[in-house]
Design a protein around this ligand. Structure first.
Ligand code: BGC
Length: 390
């Protein structure tokens, strides 16, 4: 038996825009309906998690999980600048209360890639006031974040968000499919994260951090590739981990690796097994991300806030997760403070520009009837959670 530490969080994760449906006031909805952008299909009703969250949370809890990570949609809470929707706040508090009632530790993300339309029109993260606007949004959430919420992720994957902001090539959320990062946006996201943490510090017993996509860049044997990797990887990965020093925790989100040669990032090696997102099947990615985050952040406690695989073969999802957890267990045995594992994703959902085709979920959803069908991988992960051991 490979036992995990007492109190280890075992859960699954989602993001509002990918599951709620009809998130019409967000910048992503606007992009989905702008002709000519490389977006496979619009999010539409998504999987109607906005209304069906109690059923979804119950499936996770009944399987044996003890945690659920979800995000609050800024565009719903603050539909116009400074206008706060009390009904939306109540909605998200109901989500928190439902988690608590079911024995699921809520891990709440404040911003998962999407911003309100007005924020986009006002210059997006390039608006010099962006950190203050994000702090004001965080303040608006204070009435619902006390009382039972122990973990808040301010910003999801600022490193991917800065790359998404870098231009129009955004067909896949992996280094190769993304433009070069907009470093001004990176600075604004860091300032916003820090301001948000200052606001959150007023809530007793609340721990906050941001979540980083650790991309597991690896050099090839060619001369010059290690130098290139350092230059390429630093502004896309390491810088964010360094900036996490002093936070209560850092979220590690990992799926695959990317080789970097002397000229830059390389496509998946010939013959390697790939997933429905076209990424290499590489279950050690999370453990590598943990080691890198621990070292670069100066030993900041770690929560694995996302890890998973897009596949139509659920046995392959179990294989991937099993191998990933074994490697994560090694990092814990080596003394790294890993507090939990939140699988991406609870539900098959809207995979951004790739649409609904890549299925990351532990639960399948019929998008016409919204009927849920838990996959064997959910029962498998739930059993690991109940034993707190592999
Ligand atoms: C994001 C998720 C996304 C997942 C798979 C992460 O980059 O936080 O929103 O669905 O990876 O691509």
């Amino acid at each position: 038996m490979l036992a995990f530490p007492d109190g280890f969080l075992w859960g699954a994760a989602t993001a509002a825009h990918q599951v709620e449906g009809n998130n019409v006031n967000s910048n992503w909805w606007v992009m989905e309906h702008t002709p000519g952008l490389p977006i496979a299909e619009p999010s539409g009703d998504a999987v109607d998690h906005y209304h069906r969250f109690p059923e979804d949370m119950r499936l996770l809890a009944d399987a044996g999980l003890n945690s659920y990570r979800f995000s609050i949609e800024w565009a719903r809470v603050e539909p116009e600048p400074g206008v706060v929707s009390q009904a939306s706040l109540h909605h998200y508090r109901r989500m928190i209360d439902t988690c608590l009632d079911l024995g699921l530790e809520p891990v709440v993300t404040l911003m998962h890639f999407t911003v309100p339309r007005w924020m986009n029109a006002a210059g997006f993260w390039r608006n010099p006031a962006a950190p203050e606007l994000f702090a004001r949004y965080t303040e608006a959430l204070l009435p619902i974040l006390g009382d039972g919420v122990r973990y808040v992720c301010t910003i999801n994957e600022p490193n991917i968000a800065a790359m998404l902001a870098g231009g129009e090539k955004a067909d896949n959320l992996v280094a190769n499919g993304l433009p070069n990062p907009d470093l001004g946006v990176a600075d604004a996201l860091l300032a916003s994260h820090r301001r948000s943490r200052e606001v959150l510090a007023s809530v007793p017993d609340l721990q906050s951090g941001w979540t980083i996509a650790t991309q597991d860049f690896m050099p090839t044997d060619e001369p010059g590739s290690l130098e290139k990797l350092r230059e390429y990887g630093y502004p896309r990965d390491d810088w964010y981990l360094e900036q996490s020093a002093g936070d209560d925790f850092v979220g590690v989100q990992a799926y695959t690796r990317t080789f970097v040669g002397p000229e830059g990032p390389l496509p998946v090696p010939e013959g390697a097994e790939t997933t429905l997102t076209g990424w290499e099947y590489f279950p050690r990615a999370a453990a590598d991300g943990i080691r890198s985050a621990w070292e670069k952040s100066g030993r900041t406690p770690i929560l694995v806030t996302e890890n998973g695989i897009a596949t139509a073969d659920d046995q392959r999802r179990i294989d991937y997760t099993d191998a990933s957890l074994r490697a994560i267990h090694e990092t814990i045995s080596d003394g790294i403070d890993v507090r939990g594992y939140l699988h991406w994703s609870a539900l098959d959902n809207y995979e951004w520009a790739s649409g609904y085709r890549p299925t990351f979920g532990l639960i399948e959803v019929d998008r016409a009837t919204f009927a849920r069908a838990p996959k064997p991988s959910l029962a498998w992960l739930g059993a690991v959670a109940r034993r707190n051991a592999l």
